[in-house]
Design a binder for this molecule. Structure first.
Ligand code: PLP
Length: 389
C-alpha cells in the first residue's frame, strides 16, 4: 500500500505515530516491573489523548499487547475511551464531580476517589444502583494536589465500613519528583505510602509513574502507572533515553524566497539577515504547538541539512534559513523534519524551556495523523473514532 491518501496529500504537516514502538515501550516497562520475579501489572496512562498521540488508537493497541488497566484524567476522556475499550477497567484520575455519578455507572468507569466526600458519594451511588462498584483511593503522600490527606486516610483505616458496598480496586499515590533519584522526597513518600498500604490489607497498590519505575522495585507495588515513557519521553533526564522514539513530525515547504542582506523576516522584524539569504516558509505554527518562544533558538532538518528557525513563529507559519541547502532540495511541498531522529520531544522542550510532556500534549489538532505499526509499516491515516454509541 503506498502511503499517500487524501489526508496526507492535503496536509501541511504530518504527525506519524509508531504504535509498535508504544507497545514495545509498554512491554519494556512491564518487564522491568517483573524483573524482580513478582507478578506486577503495568497499566497505561492515556490522559490528554495519550499525550497527544491519540488515545483511540493507543488504547486498543496496548490492550492487544496485554495491557489490562487504563487511566485518564477527565470523565469525558473515559467515556471516549470506553467506546474503543469495551471491557477494560478505566480509572478517572480527576475524581468524582457532583452529579456525574450516573455517568460513571453508565459507562462503567471507575472514579479515583480523592477525599472522603467523594467516597461517601460513590458509596451512596452503589446503594442507589444496588450493585457493588469499583473504587480507587488516592492517598496524598506529598504532592498536595489531589488525594486523601493524612487525617482523612486515618479515618478510612479506622472505619473500614466506609467502603461498604464498594470493591477496593486500587490504592494509589503519586510521586512529586520521581525524575530526581537523589531527591529525598521519594523515600519519604514511599514510606508514607507503605504505611497506608499495610493498614489497608488486601487491596492492590500503585505508586510508580514512568520515572518512578526506574527508582527500583521498592516503588513498584502491584501496578505500574506509566504515561510519558510509553510515548518515548525520556524517564531518566540527563541520562540515555531507554525508550523507543514514537513520533515523527514533518511540515511542508509552502514557499521559498531570496532576500538581500539587512532585511527582516516575519512579525516585528525580529530577525534580520546578515547576508543574502534564502528563506523557506513551512506549514506549522504556534496554533499547532510549535511554541513562540522557539524564536532563534532551534533548528529543523531538511534532507540531511540542519536548518535554523528564524524570525517569530506565527500562528500557522514558521520561517527557516535554507541558504546552505541546495535549491533542488527546497522545493515547494518538500517535507521538513520537526521532530524525529534529529530532534526528540525532549530536545525541543529544552529549546522551548519546558518539558517534553508539554511539547507532546500541545501537538496540534491540524496535523494529518498517520499510524504505523511495526518495521514494515502499513500506514493508516487516522479516521475519527465512531461517535455512535
Ligand atoms: C500523569 C500521571 C501518571 C503518569 O505519569 P508519567 O510521568 O507520565 O509516567 C501517573 N499517575 C498519575 C496520578 C498521573 O497524574
Amino acid at each position: 500500500m503506498s502511503g499517500e491518501d487524501d489526508a496526507t496529500r492535503r496536509a501541511g504537516a504530518i504527525l506519524t505515530v509508531d504504535l509498535a514502538a508504544i507497545a514495545a515501550n509498554w512491554r519494556g516497562l512491564r518487564d522491568a516491573g517483573r524483573a524482580a520475579g513478582r507478578q506486577i501489572d503495568c497499566a497505561a496512562v492515556l490522559k490528554a489523548d495519550a499525550y497527544g498521540t491519540g488515545a483511540h488508537r493507543v488504547g486498543p493497541r496496548l490492550a492487544a499487547e496485554g495491557c489490562r488497566q487504563f487511566f485518564v484524567a477527565h470523565l469525558e476522556e473515559g467515556i471516549a475511551l470506553r467506546r474503543v475499550l469495551p471491557q477494560h477497567p478505566i480509572y478517572v484520575l480527576n475524581g468524582l464531580l457532583a452529579n456525574t455519578e450516573a455517568d460513571f455507572v453508565e459507562h462503567q468507569l471507575t472514579p479515583v476517589l480523592n477525599h472522603l466526600g467523594q467516597l461517601n458519594a460513590w458509596r451512596a451511588t452503589a446503594q442507589r444502583f444496588n450493585r457493588p462498584l469499583d473504587a480507587v483511593i488516592h492517598i496524598d503522600t506529598g504532592m498536595h494536589r489531589l488525594g486523601f490527606g493524612a487525617e482523612e486516610a486515618q479515618v478510612l483505616v479506622n472505619e473500614r465500613g466506609r467502603l461498604r458496598g464498594l470493591r477496593l480496586a486500587l490504592l494509589l499515590s503519586h510521586l512529586v519528583a520521581s525524575e530526581e533519584p537523589g531527591n529525598t522526597i521519594n523515600a519519604e513518600q514511599l514510606s508514607r505510602f507503605r504505611s497506608f498500604v499495610r493498614a489497608m490489607p488486601g487491596a492492590p497498590a500503585s505508586l510508580a509513574n514512568s520515572s518512578g519505575i526506574f527508582l527500583g522495585p521498592d516503588y513498584h507495588f502491584d501496578l505500574l502507572r506509566p504515561g510519558a515513557a510509553l510515548y518515548g519521553i525520556n524517564p531518566l533526564p540527563g541520562r540515555d533515553n531507554p525508550m523507543l522514539p514514537v513520533v515523527t513530525l514533518k511540515a511542508r515547504i509552502l514557499q521559498t524566497r531570496k532576500i538581500d542582506a539587512f532585511q527582516t523576516v516575519g512579525y516585528g522584524g525580529a530577525w534580520r539577515s546578515a547576508r543574502p539569504t534564502r528563506v523557506a516558509t513551512i506549514a506549522l505554527g504556534y496554533a499547532d504547538g510549535y511554541f513562540r518562544v522557539l524564536i532563534n533558538r532551534t533548528h529543523v532538518m531538511l534532507a540531511g541539512h540542519r536548518v535554523t528557525v528564524i524570525g517569530r513563529v506565527s500562528m500557522d507559519l514558521v520561517t527557516i534559513d535554507v541558504t546552505e541547502v541546495p535549491e533542488h532540495l527546497c522545493e515547494v511541498g518538500s517535507l521538513v523534519e520537526i521532530l524525529g531522529p534529529h530532534m526528540s520531544a525532549d530536545d525541543l522542550a529544552e529549546h522551548a524551556r519546558t518539558n517534553a510532556y508539554e511539547v507532546m500534549t500541545a501537538l496540534g489538532r491540524r496535523y494529518a495523523r498517520v499510524y504505523v505499526d511495526g518495521p514494515d509499516p502499513e500506514a493508516t491515516t487516522d479516521s475519527p473514532p465512531e461517535t455512535t454509541a
